[in-house]
Write a protein that binds this ligand. Structure first.
Ligand code: SF4
Ligand code: SF4
Length: 404
């Protein structure tokens, strides 16, 4: 069903309002019912007030966290309608340059890697840079990720040099976070898959497009969907699945490409071939394909945070399930959204909103006494560490540690 066709299913029950974390955190946002289906009717008639303090200002506060979609009993695609409306607005009105920079982080990764890692870290974290960024609209307090000295693809190419192709194959879509900021988590997955006898194929793909959509660059996101889906369909098959480590990439490739860009043929082939990496590893352990005989018991106390974009996929919590099936003591935080929503919480005017949204989760993590918080989403991990001081890790990296 096209997102626009879900509009008339709204029964105005207001369930989405009760579940929207941003509505609870700020009065600047009018809430999902008003900015979503209610406003869409006026947008269709071309009767919305653009601003100041009109439609676009209210719409801009939607973080695309998807909690409204998860809660809506009628299946209205509220956040998708919001993002499409924002995309339409931004076609006519250029978004701020700050939003362009935040949604095109991959463009700067190659440049950053020309310099020594310590210099990049210093350049990105020193007080003068942060002060300048703050003037530019990126909060001086925000937990910005730092570019890794080697990209995932660089580490992977070195790792694969001289290796012979394996009999069983999987495609791994790293996405921009693993590629530029957290390549080690990607390599942890590669090592586990190879241990189970798989050859890992890394496609020539870019960012999935979630940051582009969230910042209003809908046409660029459509191009990303076209290029990424063509390459992924070419390399995968019903027997060669596509794995993702980042829940936002999984949601985008498997669900949102079809909603936003139904005219791109290849996007409809992706969904049945996609699998969350933790889900895939659970299958490997259950079938005895992944040898866990050398597993060291994890005696630490862990807490798990389920990212909103994982919950929106309706596939349960495979990261939590994987760690529990290996005997790990891990508590499920069940404390809602962390607030960061990709680059949303980096923005100066949204930092406090994101902090308020994540408050319950931060308190839960701190109170738990856990020594590590596991979660699949890279920016959730940044936000949790920033507000709690508790170290964070992807469940796949935890498993690799247990097998070392
Ligand atoms: S939860 Fe769904 S049906 Fe209820 S008001 Fe929100 S969009 Fe409408
Ligand atoms: S996507 Fe999140 S912030 Fe936006 S309306 Fe839905 S629940 Fe609220």
């Amino acid at each position: 069903m096209k997102p626009i066709d879900s509009l008339d299913k709204c029964t105005t029950c207001t369930t989405c309002v009760a579940y929207c974390p941003v509505t609870r955190a700020t009065r600047a946002f009018r809430g999902p019912k008003l900015t979503g289906p209610a406003s869409e009717r006026f947008r269709l008639l071309d009767e919305m007030t653009p601003g100041p303090n009109g439609e676009i200002e209210a719409l801009d506060y939607c973080s695309n966290c998807k909690n409204c979609d998860i809660a809506c009993p009628s299946g209205v695609k509220i956040s998708t309608l919001n993002m499409m409306a924002r995309g339409d607005w931004c076609r006519e009105h250029k978004p701020p340059f700050r939003d362009w920079v935040l949604s095109h982080g991959t463009r700067f990764g190659a440049l950053a890697r020309l310099f020594p890692a310590a210099l990049v870290r210093l350049g990105m974290t020193n007080p003068l840079t942060r002060w300048l960024l703050d003037r530019f609209g990126v909060s001086a307090k925000a937990p910005l990720p730092v570019y890794a000295s080697k990209s995932f693809r660089q580490l992977f190419a070195k790792h694969m040099s001289g290796k012979t192709p394996g009999a069983k194959k999987v495609v791994f879509f790293p996405g921009c976070y693993i590629e530029d900021y957290d390549p080690q988590t990607g390599m942890d997955l590669v090592v586990l898959l190879e241990r189970a006898g798989y050859e890992v194929i890394v496609p020539q793909t870019g960012c999935c497009g979630v940051p582009l959509i969230a910042n209003g660059f809908m046409d660029e996101a459509a191009e990303a969907a076209r290029v990424n889906s063509a390459e992924l369909v070419r390399l995968s098959s019903p027997d060669v699945p596509i794995l993702t480590l980042c829940p936002s990439c999984g949601l985008m490739l498997g669900q949102e490409y079809g909603e936003f860009f139904p005219d791109v043929d290849d996007v409809h082939t992706l969904s049945p071939r996609l699998e969350d990496a933790c889900e895939f590893l659970i299958g490997l352990v259950e079938r005895g394909e992944l040898d866990i005989s050398s597993l060291r018991p994890d005696r630490e106390r862990l807490i798990y945070h389920a990212p909103c974009h994982l919950r929106a996929q309706g596939i349960g919590k495979p990261g939590l399930e994987l760690l529990r099936m290996l005997g790990t003591h891990v508590e499920d935080a069940q404390a809602g959204c962390c607030g960061i929503s990709g680059s949303y919480g980096f923005k100066k005017e949204k930092y406090d909103v994101a902090t308020t949204v994540g408050k319950e989760l931060f308190q839960t993590v701190k109170k738990s006494g856990a020594t590590c918080c596991v979660s699949e989403c890279g920016t959730c991990r940044l936000q949790i560490s920033h507000h709690t001081g508790v170290p964070t890790m992807h469940p796949v990296s935890r498993l690799r540690q247990m097998l070392n």
